[in-house]
Design a protein around this ligand. Structure first.
Ligand SMILES: NC(=O)c1ccc[n+]([C@@H]2O[C@H](COP(=O)([O-])OP(=O)(O)OC[C@H]3O[C@@H](n4cnc5c(N)ncnc54)[C@H](O)[C@@H]3O)[C@@H](O)[C@H]2O)c1
Ligand SMILES: [Zn+2]
Ligand SMILES: [Zn+2]
Length: 362
């Protein structure tokens, strides 16, 4: 429970109402601790609110379903989606985007689609977070925001597909659509960047260069398929241009959230057809500087939210690729913690200790 910005989360009992029509009660088994949770907890997010129950990287088991829920039943294993897929809106019907329009406004304000909350304390409503609120033993979510995944998948690993891992994989697979034999550069080797490295490998890239400030993380990148790694810095663009016969890479990916690195990613893309995919979230008010000549000479810049993954279809497919042995998820889970230790999860993240702490419930 986030009571007040800048204060540690408090673990306490709150009331959770039964799922209404189109909603599902989920018993959480695992949940990753992500920067977005900390960003809101700190008060830095201008659209944040408190009190609320944070958490958005959840995986669990369906406990009960409300009226008119047809695609999920008790016992199903699910991954929570802050980016839902209604299947009916103009965006869901287009192959060009995953930004479902169905519940955006209500979700952003902390309400379920009907404009109310299922969470409350002493009769006072408490708003949901990202439509998920998964730092909890149970949550109620819209059916369209739950992806049914294989019951074979361990749920602590499945939780990572709720956010950063799918974002990185999808940036390479869906947004950039990396072609076999290409040269790729990934800036940042956190959850998102490492996912992008793995995505480039799955797409059959020939060279995958990963850039980070941490040797330990570059080592993880090699484990995910990076063929070359380097420490970041002011001269990174020159180094990349030099190692690509003076041209730059076919595909670049930015997964740091730093606008100067975004610019490096644009400038490291090859003239003629280089595509830079930006996945990092910049600070409020920051802008990306691009010299127009880089665009005129054939480079393109794309943004990617949740890796362009249409969650209900795409997350189960990615989880199946994990089960098939194509994606190595274990190295990303650095710490298992309990819900009571959630603030320690934030500390570990701030210290860049490991990639993900995963809360296990019960
Ligand atoms: N687009 C989306 O839907 C989406 C989803 C999840 C996260 N994100 C964003 O993606 C970004 C990455 O998330 P994460 O969880 O992987 O974060 P992270 O902090 O774990 O990883 C960022 C990495 O960038 C590296 N880095 C910092 N400065 C660098 C530099 N100058 N050059 C090279 N590397 C540098 C850090 O060493 C770190 O390893 C964040 O901005 C996050 O908000 C976006
Ligand atoms: Zn996240
Ligand atoms: Zn939709």
């Amino acid at each position: 429970m986030l009571e007040e910005f800048g204060k540690p989360l408090a673990v306490q009992e709150v009331d959770l109402a039964e799922p209404a029509a189109g909603e599902v009660l989920v018993r959480l088994v695992a949940c990753g601790v992500c920067h977005t949770d900390l960003y809101t907890a700190s008060g830095a997010d201008p659209s944040g609110y408190a009190p609320t129950v944070l958490g958005h990287e959840g995986a669990g088991v369906v406990e009960r379903v409300g009226e008119n829920v047809s695609s999920l039943a008790p016992g199903d294993h699910v991954v929570t989606l802050f980016s839902p897929q209604c299947g009916e809106c103009i965006h869901c019907k287009s192959p060009r985007t995953n930004l479902c329009l169905a519940i955006r406004d209500m979700q952003g304000k902390g309400y379920l689609p009907d404009g109310t909350t299922r969470l409350s304390r002493d009769g006072e409503p408490i708003r949901h977070f990202m439509g998920t609120s998964t730092f909890a033993e149970y949550t109620v979510m819209p059916e369209i925001a739950l992806a049914k995944v294989s019951p074979e998948a361990p749920l602590d690993g499945a939780a990572l597909f709720a956010c950063g891992l799918s974002t990185g994989l999808g940036a390479a697979i869906n947004t950039a659509k990396v072609e076999p034999g290409s040269t790729c550069v990934v800036f940042g080797a956190g959850m998102v960047g490492l996912g992008a490295v793995a995505g480039c490998r799955l797409q059959g890239a020939e060279r995958i260069v990963c850039v980070d400030m941490s040797e330990g993380r570059l080592e993880l990148a090699r484990g995910q398929g990076a063929t070359e790694t380097m420490l970041g810095g002011d001269d990174v663009v020159e180094r990349i241009v030099e190692m690509t016969d003076g041209f730059g890479a076919d595909y670049t990916f930015e997964a740091t959230g730093n606008v100067r690195v975004m610019r490096q990613a644009v400038e490291s893309a090859r003239m003629g057809w280089g595509l830079c995919t930006v996945a990092g979230v910049a600070g409020k008010g920051e802008t990306l500087e691009v010299i127009p000549r880089f665009l005129i000479t054939g480079r393109r810049v794309a943004g990617s939210s949740f890796g362009g993954v249409k969650g209900r279809d795409g997350v189960p497919a990615l989880v199946d690729r994990w089960l098939a042995g194509d994606i190595d998820v274990d190295p990303f889970i650095s710490h298992h913690i309990t819900l009571d230790e959630v603030n320690r999860g934030f500390e570990l993240m701030e210290a860049q200790d490991g990639i993900r702490s995963v809360i296990r419930f019960g």
